[in-house]
Design a protein around this ligand. Structure first.
Ligand code: HEC
Length: 260
């Protein structure tokens, strides 16, 4: 039926419908352009779903939900530390075309299929039994079971690029211990690159108290994580540690690098 065949009442209804549709399209475009803007790890961190789609991208502060995996805080740091190393999957080397240093690159080159572990290459290579194909390769720092579980949960929850406001919880940087505070940060964000093995290439080792104590003593540890221009900024190629993590490490150092 053609538009000009309509009687006046129907024509009015038609016009109203068209206006509604145009309005919705405009709203959608507006929504996309607002939520589509990317944020490169702001600190303190806002709750932003910058998954690229139009849906739901708020911008309001949100505390971390313990049942949700936040890619930026919980997955990206260990991918950078264990995979996006020089000679492996950083942008410069891009072994097999795979770059694991940002959300976009992980999604584009890691062949992640949201909600589908068995169709996600990144998951398959981690669980590969063939020693020539398994990742990380034998001899490299292996992922911990907790990190593997997080990766699986992240994919099963839709492989979103979520950030939560972890500055919203109390940050106890005063009563800091090596085992309880410093080691978990280094484990997730540093030791993939800084093992005893890599120290033979001239990199500092951050595995174990004795090694960390040495790097702290020279000023390199705090210099690197605070991005002091006299040092190489760390994590290499990854997001800066958040304010709470930096405060914890600084306090642990200023209290005399205790093995507590
Ligand atoms: C993706 C690999 C990678 C990650 C992750 C990484 N580093 Fe490094 N780090 C390097 C490399 C490579 C160098 C050597 C840089 C150079 O000499 O140019 C280095 C150097 C350093 C140095 C010496 C800096 C200096 O100027 O003397 C310190 C200290 C350090 N890293 C600490 C850390 C800490 C702490 C973390 C975690 C918060 C971390 N790194 C995460 C690769 C990494």
């Amino acid at each position: 039926m053609e538009n000009n065949d309509l009687n006046p009442v129907e024509e009015l209804k038609w016009e109203a419908k068209s206006l509604l549709i145009i309005g919705l399209v405009l709203l959608a475009i507006l929504g996309f352009s607002v939520s589509g803007c990317k944020h490169d790890i702001p600190v303190p961190i806002k709750a932003v779903d910058d998954n690229g789609g139009g849906g739901g991208g708020g911008g309001s502060d949100q505390p971390c939900d313990p049942n949700t995996v936040y890619f930026q805080q919980q997955v990206l740091p260990f991918l950078v530390s264990s995979c996006a190393k020089s000679g492996c999957h950083n942008a410069a080397t891009a072994e097999d075309g795979v770059i694991l240093d940002s959300y976009a690159n992980v999604m584009n080159t890691g062949e992640v299929t949201p909600f589908d572990l068995s169709d996600s290459e990144i998951w398959e290579v981690i669980n590969e039994s063939d020693p020539d194909k398994v990742m990380p390769p034998p001899g490299e720092t292996q992922l911990t079971q907790a990190q593997i579980n997080l990766l699986a949960l992240w994919i099963n929850q839709g492989a979103q690029n979520l950030i939560c406001d972890d500055a919203s919880g109390p940050c106890d940087s005063v009563s800091v211990s090596f085992a309880g505070d410093v080691v978990p940060i280094l484990q997730n964000k540093c030791v993939g690159c800084h093992t005893t093995a890599t120290s033979t290439n001239g990199f500092v080792s951050l595995s174990g108290f004795t090694d960390v104590e040495v790097v702290a003593g020279t000023g390199q540890l705090v210099g690197a994580i605070t991005h002091d221009p006299s040092y190489v900024a760390m994590p290499d190629g990854g997001p800066k540690l958040n304010a709470c993590e930096i405060a914890k490490i600084k306090n642990w150092v200023s209290e005399g690098t205790l093995n507590n």
